[in-house]
Design a protein around this ligand. Structure first.
Ligand SMILES: NC(=O)c1ccc[n+]([C@@H]2O[C@H](COP(=O)([O-])OP(=O)(O)OC[C@H]3O[C@@H](n4cnc5c(N)ncnc54)[C@H](OP(=O)(O)O)[C@@H]3O)[C@@H](O)[C@H]2O)c1
Length: 305
């Protein structure tokens, strides 16, 4: 394949899994990162690393020059729509052919979260950009649970403010597998499609705890907490207030049943059933028992299974 793919968010969760899944797929891989000190592991994989900051449009054109396909991830934050705008501007300027954009579950102008409303603006921008486009609106990432790994490893409990809400949570590796298939299928195959990757099952965190117990062979308990308790804890860890507010909005939505659904998009596009929470717990058992987590595999479309 004689195409250059620019990967944004290249040091992040989904893009990291995407880089893994795209190994040996024939793309010339290029990564946009903002912190030069994070370049080496990407360069070691043969990836052409370019330094640029989505906050600063002037920094972007050299990274976009000669790019055919753009994997567009914007960080969660108040500048998300501006970051998307800067990337789409640079892509149009460089005659990029198509963009595959990571959005979020339920993105809509009347979404219950500020993140969902910002993603709706950026989805709209991409759809009207004149570029070929595909949008992925994944459900809650199982990888978010890694933030609770210390509590699970040391106390056998984790505390969230989603009450007994159920979510069609998805493993980020399955989002990446779907994205990799969209990208390798060529520019026209998934044009104007919106996918909502979810896991195979909609579950609440009490069920998550039970499945963790089975896999880890140690007691794990979910302790529902109040919003203000959760917020105080996150603020204490230094999480920015904007993000804390956004997380509470998601927690309220999930507690009300807003996320209680699954789709078949991962299996429909990739031909593989998405991972369940037990698979996720098994693959990250080291992290949840006090060790470190393992890596992936290495061929085109490989999803680490
Ligand atoms: N977590 C969920 O459950 C969930 C669910 C659905 C959708 N999403 C969406 O997923 C996206 C985040 O994906 P992720 O979790 O894979 O990312 P992530 O792990 O949070 O990483 C964010 C990436 O963006 C980079 N970045 C941050 N600011 C940047 C800037 N100004 N210029 C260039 N790069 C910048 C970071 O680089 P550094 O290494 O330099 O920080 C990092 O590579 C968000 O849009 C979020 O709304 C999340």
């Amino acid at each position: 394949m004689d195409r250059t793919l620019l990967i944004t968010g290249a040091t992040g969760t989904v893009s990291g899994a995407l880089i893994e899944a795209l190994h040996d797929c024939g793309f010339r891989l290029r990564a946009l990162i903002r912190d030069p000190s994070k370049a080496e592991p990407l360069r070691a994989r043969g990836i052409d690393v370019r330094i640029g900051d989505l906050d600063e449009p002037r920094s972007l054109p050299p990274a976009f020059e000669g790019v055919h396909d753009l994997w567009l991830v914007v960080p969660n934050g108040p500048r998300a729509a501006e970051n998307n705008m800067n990337a789409v501007w640079a892509a149009r300027r460089a005659n990029v052919e198509r963009v595959v954009r990571l959005s979020a579950v339920g993105a809509a102008h009347d979404a219950p979260t500020r993140s969902g409303r910002l993603h709706a603006l950026s989805d709209h921008e991409v759809r009207r950009s004149g570029l070929g486009w595909t949008v992925l609106r994944p459900h809650w990432f199982m990888q978010n649970l890694l933030a609770e790994a210390d509590d699970i490893a040391t106390e056998g409990t984790f505390r969230l403010n989603t009450a007994d809400g159920r979510l069609g949570m998805v493993d980020a590796r399955d989002i990446a597998a779907l994205a990799a298939k969209v990208l390798t299928d060529g520019p026209n195959h998934h044009h104007e499609r919106i996918y909502t990757p979810t896991g195979p099952q909609s579950i609440g965190f009490a069920d998550v705890a039970r499945q963790f117990e089975r896999v880890l062979g140690a007691p794990v308990r979910y302790v529902p907490t109040a919003d203000d308790e959760r917020e105080a804890r996150l603020l204490g860890f230094g999480v920015p207030a904007w993000i804390v507010g956004m997380l509470t909005e998601y927690a309220r939505a999930y507690a009300s049943g807003w996320g209680d659904f699954t789709t078949t998009d991962v299996e429909d596009v990739t031909g593989r059933r998405p991972r369940g929470i037990a698979d996720f717990a098994r693959d990250h058992a080291d992290a949840f028992t006090g060790g470190v987590s393992g890596g992936g595999s290495g061929r085109c479309g490989a999803d680490g299974r």
